[in-house]
Each structure stands twice: as C-alpha cells, then as structure tokens.
Design a protein around this ligand. Structure first.
Ligand code: ADP
Ligand code: MG
Length: 353
C-alpha cells in the first residue's frame, strides 16, 4: 500500500532522515518510534506532502506521490491522506460539526451527503452530543476526538498521526489508544503513527519501525523486535521493562561480566555486550557463584510480579521475578546471571551470530 524507497531529507546539510526504505501493507498500523529528534515528524511530513524529500520516493498504492530525485510531489490535499498532530488546530470560530464538515465542503460534497457523513463520523467517535459546541467549550480529550473526526470524514485511505495523544493525561491516553485502533479498523485505512513512547508503539502496532538518527534501526512486528532485537539500541529501547546489557569480555576460566570473572556457557574472543531479559535474571540477598553485586535502587510491583532494579557505576540491571527478598535503600542486591545470554552484541551494538 505504501512504499517508501531510499527516502532522505536534509535541512541545510543536516540529514534528518537517511535513506529510509519501508513496505507498509494495506490495512497495517505502522508505528514509527524513536527518541526525540530522530526524524519521525520529518518522515510523517514527507508522507503527508508537507515536506519535499531531498532524495528517494514515496508511493501510495503503486502511484508515486513524492519524488525527491526528480524534485516534485503531489500536494497534500490530493494524496488521499489525513493528518492529525499533537496540537489539534481546530477552527475556533466553527462548531464541532462545522470543523468536521469543513474538509467535506472543500471536497465539494453535496450538503445533504455532508450532513449525513458528519453525523456518522461524530457517532463513530462518540461525540454526537458536542456537535453544536465550540472548541473552547470542550475538553482536550474531546478536542482530540474532533480533530480525528475531521481527519477521517473525507474517508482518506491513509491516516497519519504525529504524537496525537501526548497532550492527554495518562488514563485518557490509554483509553484513546484502544479507541484509535477501533477507528483504524472501522475505516479500513492504512495508518502511520508517530510516537516517542515505545509502550504505545508496542501495544498499538501491527508493524514497528524503530528510528535512530534518521535511519531505520529495525522494522518488524512488536513480537519480532522483542524476540530478536538486531541491535543493542533496540534491545534496550523496547520492552516493559527493556532488556539488560552487561559489558563482557574474555577472562581466565570464563567470562568477565562488568569486570568480574564468572563461569559461563559461552566463550569470547574480545569485548562484547551480553543481553539478558529482565525475566531471565534472578535476585538474591546473598552472593552466589554466578551473581553480580549492585546497589539496590528500587522494587516495584508489576502485575503480580516484582521488578527489582540495581545500579553500580554505569551498570544498571532490572529483574522481574515472582518473589524477592525485602530490600531497603543501602542494601546490596545480588543479580543471578544465567550461564547463557539471551543475545550477544558487539561493542558497537550489532548482533553477533
Ligand atoms: N525545518 C527544519 N529545519 C532545520 N532542521 C529541522 C527542521 N525540521 C526538523 N529539523 C531537524 O531534524 C531532526 C529531526 O526532527 P524531527 O523529525 O522533528 O524529529 P522527531 O519528530 O523525531 O522528534 C532534528 O534534529 C530537527 O532539529
Ligand atoms: Mg516530532
């Protein structure tokens, strides 16, 4: 449905997006996730036609809509794509119904059809009772629904979202995730959703692209990213909580973990980073033959289990366990390291075979 090929965008010599290629199937909910400044909004603005690529192409349903190599693009209004930003930008002098009707008027839909479509969309978003209100007479969450209603009213085949929930409070944000997915399914559109929040990405997406410094670090389903992270960056970015990385190196009779020699089921020729998922680690109050001593940082109950975090210098480990000794500030936590890591990465963060 959406084909992004070698897409790049530079601003005065600064590469905000670097040769991104992605295939987004029809009906997918693709999330672009990554830290602030990694190029997410620039990607979305190019998809919307608000920004011309420096190089590469974008095609919707096999039809090229942006061509950076030839320096042209189809204007936003003629792309069959709707866009919702973090700030809702509703027309303040128009009612809720007026705001939703406006893009239909622009598209020259006949008045009777327009009214019917507005009613239908307001019903889908559960805001029909707000039709006659003005934006300053409704809450932030309601304004966000109106912005989404306005976006989907003309039935775009592609929905583009740029951090649409970040201005909402935590509870509303979680409710709106479910709501947005319902709307995505009801419209049958292909959605691209930008967020810096990996939890949002992992819970909503059919496909995730992790972006870093303008490039795609990894593209896959949430399950694939968790099961087989291809880089140390992905391993420590996704997951609740994300995986642990321990610097390791060759040592006499085993492997040195953060400088401490322990017995291990693997051998190393040089320095590396060993990944352990939080559920692979155990914690103990007393040292053992395969444990690392860290300073207790915190213990948090999560869904009937306990998440224990310890810190020592640059090393920070988190274990999720069924039961744990009672730790207090100032205590030492002994993290029990399994003989085999869940994955091994080079010091630069690339996966090792
Ligand atoms: N119009 C612009 N002019 C110059 N630099 C820009 C412009 N837009 C974005 N950038 C830069 O490109 C990088 C990516 O920005 P952006 O796509 O907004 O990141 P994100 O949405 O992931 O936070 C940032 O370093 C940002 O400062
Ligand atoms: Mg942004």
């Amino acid at each position: 449905m959406i084909t992004i090929s070698n897409l790049s965008k530079s601003f005065a010599g600064f590469d905000a997006v670097r040769s991104v290629s992605l295939e987004v199937p029809e009906g997918a909910f693709l999330v672009l996730v990554g830290p602030s400044g990694c190029g997410k909004s620039t990607m979305l603005r190019m998809l919307a036609g608000l920004e011309k690529p420096t190089a590469g192409t974008i095609a919707f349903g096999g039809k090229t809509v942006s061509d950076g190599d030839r320096g042209w693009m189809i204007e936003p209004a003629r792309r069959d794509a709707g866009l919702v930003f973090q700030s809702y930008a509703l027309w303040p002098h128009m009612t809720v119904a007026g705001n939703v009707e406006w893009p239909l008027e622009v598209a020259r839909m006949p008045p009777a059809e327009r009214k019917a479509r507005v009613a239908e969309v307001l019903r889908l978003l559960g805001i029909e009772q707000l039709a006659g209100r003005y934006p300053n007479e409704i809450s932030g969450g309601q304004q966000q629904r109106v912005a989404i209603a306005r976006m989907i009213a003309p039935k775009p085949r592609i929905l583009l979202f740029d951090e649409p929930l970040s201005n909402l409070d935590a509870k509303l944000r979680v409710e709106m995730r479910t709501e947005l997915l319902r709307i995505h399914r009801a419209t049958g559109a292909t959605s691209i959703y930008v967020t810096h929040d990996q939890v949002e990405a992992m819970t909503m997406a059919t496909h995730v692209a992790v972006l870093r410094n303008g490039g795609v670090e990894q593209f896959g389903t949430p399950e694939e990213l968790l099961a087989t992270p291809r880089t140390a960056f992905v391993a420590t970015f996704v997951g609740t909580p994300p995986a642990n990385l321990i610097p390791v190196g060759p040592a006499d009779g085993g492997v040195a973990f953060a400088g401490q020699p322990l017995a291990a089921d693997f051998a190393l020729a040089g320095p590396a980073q060993a990944m352990y998922r939080p559920e692979s680690l155990a914690v103990a109050a007393e040292p053992g033959p395969r444990s690392l001593a860290l300073d207790f940082a915190e213990a948090t109950p999560v869904a009937g289990r306990i998440m224990v975090t310890g810190i020592k210098g640059a090393l920070r480990l988190t274990a999720v366990v069924d039961r744990a000794p009672k730790f207090a500030p100032g205590d030492t936590v002994h993290f029990v390291i399994p003989a085999k890591p869940d994955a091994l990465f080079t010091p630069e963060g690339e996966i090792m075979a």
